[in-house]
Design a protein around this ligand. Structure first.
Ligand SMILES: C=C(OP(=O)(O)O)C(=O)O
Ligand SMILES: [Mg+2]
Length: 399
């Protein structure tokens, strides 16, 4: 037994400058772990509830800390996460806040790993994990809820599917990002950056497709392996009164949206499309997956919110062949792993993901390796993004 002996919660800054929750967990024999909650901007309607940081801390200090300290073994991640659910008493973590829950869950996992003297990915995944690395999906151009006056589509993602190692894939995405900067400059397009460090140029989606295609092809040719690309359309954010609203273009009906995405998949041979349709439209997702799911990944983020019940509905309806995994959408690492495993048992490919508001926390890099997720989406260049990417490079060196 290695009981948790202390939990400290505090407010720290996230990458947008907002307050978020950081947790520190200490165990009986000196194990220590620290975890911090990320925060989304284009959040799904069905996500677990993030409370204002101060309130989440107060509630967790009153309810969760006394139930964990001196009571639960830090190595037993299921027991930690079950306790968080019990004391919260709701099905969406609105009692203590999903931000407090996920920070404690991640800090306890790290304390457990420290206690065992194991890297976190191995504590999470077990002895036989650590030999499969995710392909990093790198946000290189974007707009939507992540940047003003930029593309309608939230994220254009470099996808180095042919990279021989995760290290080479990480560097490839950085090179694509740099190449896009040059292309924008050549075109005289002034480009700021969005919340995740992707270029946020004032151009239409069509031009962004062209530029990203050009950059991924060029860098892929230079490096000698395939770099495809993909999208996060975050379509729930565009969906108003039964139509997908595109600034500067005609709106699209659901049928037109499906046609548009299917055409773009084939025109650009895209590897991945996240949230192409509204977060409640399991049926439209299924129609699109039926059309193009044999040649690309159709991924549900806001559709599933890392929730096994929603994922089961998607499996039953054939809505997608991929799921995005965000631990803070559901509140604990155990719930996130359950979603990855339910997906894997049903041929659904997982992509473990950051949020647009992030911290230096690197847990998701370990989660992706420990759970053998085929993809990770965690940005390309900004410091809170490279924290995870650099951790993947270190993990690859260790195994
Ligand atoms: C990372 C994303 O953005 P956010 O964290 O704002 O939901 C996303 O939509 O996949
Ligand atoms: Mg998304």
């Amino acid at each position: 037994m290695t009981l948790i002996t202390d939990i400290t919660l505090r407010r720290i800054l996230d990458s947008r400058g907002n307050a978020t929750v950081e947790a520190e967990v200490t165990t009986e024999s000196g194990g220590f772990g620290r975890g911090a909650a990320p925060s989304g901007a284009s959040t799904g309607e069905h996500e677990a509830i993030e409370l204002p940081a101060e309130e989440a801390i107060e509630k967790a200090e009153a309810e969760a800390v006394p139930a964990l300290v001196g009571e639960v073994d830090a190595i037993d991640q299921r027991a930690v996460d079950d306790t968080l659910h019990e004391v919260d008493g709701t099905d969406d973590f609105s009692g203590i806040g999903a931000n407090s829950a996920v920070a404690i869950s991640m800090a306890a996992a790290k304390a457990g790993a420290d206690e065992l003297g194991l890297p976190l990915f191995q504590h999470l995944g077990g002895t036989f994990r650590g030999d499969q690395f995710p392909t990093p999906l790198g946000n290189v151009v974007g707009g939507g809820e992540h940047a003003e006056e930029a593309t309608n589509i939230q994220e254009f993602l470099s996808a180095p599917v042919g990279a021989p190692s995760v290290t080479e894939a990480v560097f490839a995405n950085a090179q694509v990002h740099a190449r896009i900067g040059e292309l924008l400059e050549e075109r005289g397009v002034p480009a700021n950056k969005g919340d995740e460090g992707a270029w946020a140029p004032p151009i239409g989606d069509d031009e962004a497709f062209e530029i990203v295609d050009q950059a991924t092809t060029k860098v892929g040719d230079e490096l000698g392996f395939e770099i495809s690309f993909g999208l996060d359309m975050a379509a729930a954010e565009m969906y108003e009164d039964g139509e997908y609203v595109y600034e500067g273009e005609d709106n699209r009906s659901t049928a037109e949206q499906i046609d548009y995405v299917a055409e773009m998949v084939d025109e650009y041979d895209m590897a991945y499309v996240e949230d192409p349709l509204d977060e409640n439209d399991f049926e439209a997702f299924a129609e699109l997956t039926d059309r193009v799911g044999d040649r690309t990944l159709i991924c549900g983020d806001d559709l599933y919110v890392t929730n096994v019940e929603r994922l089961q509905e998607g499996i039953d309806k054939g809505s997608s062949n991929s799921i995005l995994i965000k631990p803070n959408q559901i509140g604990t690492l155990s719930d996130a792993v359950d979603a990855i495993e339910l997906g894997a048992d049903n041929g659904i490919v997982s992509a473990v993901s950051h949020r647009s508001g992030e911290t230096e926390d690197t847990t998701i890099a370990h989660l992706a390796v420990g759970a053998a997720a085929p993809y990770i989406k965690t940005g390309t260049v900004a410091g809170e993004r490279t924290a995870k990417l650099n951790e993947l490079i270190r993990i690859e060196e260790q195994v």
